[in-house]
Design a protein around this ligand. Sequence first.
Ligand code: PHE
Length: 345
Amino acid sequence: MTDHATHLAAARARLSAATSLEDLQSIEREFLGKDGVVARALAAIPTLPPAERKEAGQAANRIKQEVAAALDARRAELAGAALDAERRADGFDPTVQPPRVERGGLHPIVQVTRELEDLFVSMGYQVLDGPEVELDLYNFEKLNIPPDHPARDAQDTFYIDPATVAPGAGRMVLRTHTSPVQVRAMERLAPPFRAIVPGKVFRQEEVDASHEHTFHQMEGLVIDKGISVGHLVHAMRTLLRGIFHRELDVRLRPGYFPFVEPGFELDARCPFCTQGCSVCKGTTWVELLPCGLVHPNVLRHGGLDPEVWGGFAFGLGLSRLVMLRFGIDDVRHLLQGDLRFLEQF
Ligand code: PHE
């Protein structure tokens, strides 16, 4: 064996026997250090016969490179083993993927509500809230719907057990619309004012793809002097522009609601077609919202003199609008909390 081969074999044997990083350090010193095997071989070159010097120099350099490479490899192995041991000792494994962070999003109803709030606030409206468990008085009576009025049939709801209601509070229901906040607003705010009321409403419904027992509306109310149907139409056109980002024609059909006079159903030109589609059922008009001028009795119930003050009101079907906007074909998706649905928004 040449000296070169002997040295390499010795280095490999020592390296594979090494069990610690300290062992490796001493092997490094022994072979590559100032006084090590390689340094001594290089120092001895001038004493060799000239013909052997070149080869001896090359051999020393090869040992240096090979030992250095082997040291690096073994160092990495030992470091890995040390890390493994550490992990086993404290149960912490830095290579395990952390659980995926689930990011939430805003529900489509919340998204549309916020957009509409921005739009109406920019037109001077304030955003109001009202109780979901409401007095019959506000949900019906103050809105010109007395106890035996047939309009109650269209808004059957959930009645609160009188035994659970504070004595003397009066009959309570889950509100069937956001309209009770009309009178609450008149009682609280000094006229003139403009307000919207987004919120949840409830009805005793046969649930299907277009009917839910719980859904969302947004009431609008403007109280001022000299309010006419023209003001109402203008506000509704602005609303449509905000929602669909373009000018859509509207039409009014007569509609009956005891708390407005005159009352209308407002339709808009179908935002999706010009010659009839499944959304407008071939008519090119989509039913958008009921609205009208506030009935004098309602103004009176709100403490306002109908000879002085007037107003208009509208009841936007928020759930329906969200469905139109996102192309959702079943209202039941909205409140079911199914992530496969919700993650799409
Ligand atoms: N509150 C009525 C409903 O839910 C809608 C409406 C609101 C009608 C305001 C006229 C004015 O059916």
